[in-house]
Design a protein. Structure first.
Length: 252
């Protein structure tokens, strides 16, 4: 028999507590914003919906995030978290840039409309500067002249963001008329449909007026989005490499 006495009635009431509240932080707000973004898209993302996702008043968000613009910036910067580039390798810089671009495209596809946020992002924010520093080091290690090393990152990012944004637009359109087979990602199914439609159209053009479009109808468009992306990056890299060849590094 236990010697412990039951709590007094007024103490029982006093001891009743609800579940502990999880403190509201910037990280929690950003995670909730991603959830809302994936559900409703960029156009409908709002502070009110993020607050509802967290079960708090909108005013509670403003103690941590000053505006929707700042929230979008935080969402963009989160993309760079734990994204470490390898040490610059002068003999392998082209492959390092290829992998950088592929990783960037993959990260942009982790959340709906992230490419759109990235295209209005803030690449020179303090949190992103170490990442940018690493990227510039790879270009300089590859022997690019300084004026091109400084611009190359912008070229790669512009292509990467624009390509991913185009894919997201196709995904939105495809979901509206989703009659494609389910054995491919939405973006690939959408691109397959566009490519096949354009190839048929080009082949049916009058060859006397459009000899090049007719003649190249079957090779103008890559078979998959991965192939299109890799080709675009390869064209950029080879163009940059040609400048490096014109300005060889001094012998060590």
């Amino acid at each position: 028999m236990s010697d412990e006495l039951p709590a007094l009635p007024w103490e029982r009431t006093r001891r009743r507590t609800g579940p502990a509240r999880i403190p509201l932080t910037r990280d929690r707000i950003v995670e909730a914003a991603y959830t809302v973004l994936d559900r409703v898209g960029y156009e409908k993302l709002s502070m009110r919906q993020v607050a509802a996702e967290l079960g708090v008043a909108v005013s509670a968000l403003y103690a941590h995030v000053s505006s929707k613009d700042e929230l979008l910036e935080l969402m963009y910067l989160r993309m760079f978290r734990d994204w470490e580039l390898p040490p610059p390798d002068p003999d392998n810089w082209r492959e390092q840039i290829r992998q950088y671009a592929r990783t960037g495209r993959t990260r942009l596809h982790e959340h709906r409309d992230m490419a759109r946020i990235a295209m209005t992002g803030f690449p020179f924010s303090a949190e992103a500067l170490p990442h940018l520093e690493q990227l510039l080091a790879v270009f300089r290690a590859g022997g690019l002249p300084d004026h091109l090393a400084g611009a190359a990152g912008d070229m790669i990012s512009t292509f990467m963001n624009g390509f991913a944004f185009e894919e997201s637009v196709w995904e939105d359109r495809q979901e509206e008329v989703d009659e494609s087979p389910r054995d491919q990602p939405v973006s690939e199914r959408s691109w397959t449909e566009i490519r096949e439609t354009l190839e048929r159209y080009f082949r049916e053009l009058p060859p006397d007026r459009f000899p090049n479009l007719v003649g190249l109808a079957d090779v103008m468009l890559q078979r998959t989005n991965d192939e299109r992306f890799d080709l675009g990056i390869e064209i950029i890299i080879r163009g940059l490499a040609s400048y490096a060849a014109e300005h060889p590094r001094p012998a060590e």
